[in-house]
Design a protein around this ligand. Sequence first.
Ligand code: ATP
Length: 230
Amino acid sequence: MIEARELRKEYGGFVAVEGSTFSVDSGEVFGVIGPNGAGKTTTLKMLAGLLDPTSGSAEVAGYDVAETRMRHHLGFLPEESPLYEEMTPISYLSFFADLYDVDGDVAERRIHDTLDDLQLEHRHRQLGDMSKGMKRKVAIARSLINDPEVLIYDEPASGLDPLTTNYIIEFTERLAEEGKTIIFSAHNLFHVESICDRVVIMNEGQIVARGDLDQLQREYGETTYHVYTT
Ligand code: ATP
């Protein structure tokens, strides 16, 4: 469902990502783990077609990521979602439903069902008056507005309190159970190890380890594993 082949991104002379190759199967939850500056956001943005790779290629849902049609199959959640502060969740999501050509009745039902699933209250309050956790839920609802098969979430739980973090992780797990293919990034394996089928660990632009969690522990030993679980 997702194929990354030798993705490389350079900024001037600086190599932010290189040799990024992996595939994600349909229905899989795949983690991209690494510290600040590892190249996670750059990798995910290249997969979402938001950043052109310097070299290499990628496919999502059978489309080259450079094809605009690919976007109909994708929900992207950026690390910092710019929300229009004066809009309400309903008006904001309706605006995006229009952008994605989602039929009015379908959009209305989907918006209400998704906000129910996310247990979002105060749907008519302005986004500018909402907590960070509530805003993140609205951003997640936006990523689902076109009912995509593939979700790319960049640090979906970063900066949230432990309760909301757990909620977001559990919600992501439910989306996977419903059949979505999900790739997401995180600083470490803590919290995400329960839902990831496989991960790649990145550092300084390169994939330094990969596999399922048992495999990682066996191959890279307790010390390396420990660094990424705490
Ligand atoms: P974080 O967890 O802090 O979000 P990350 O793993 O997502 O980190 P990236 O944002 O992909 O890392 O950045 C990888 C490297 O590329 C960093 O050293 C960053 O400073 C650099 N970088 C990212 N965007 C640009 C840019 N537009 N111009 C120059 N360098 C950039």
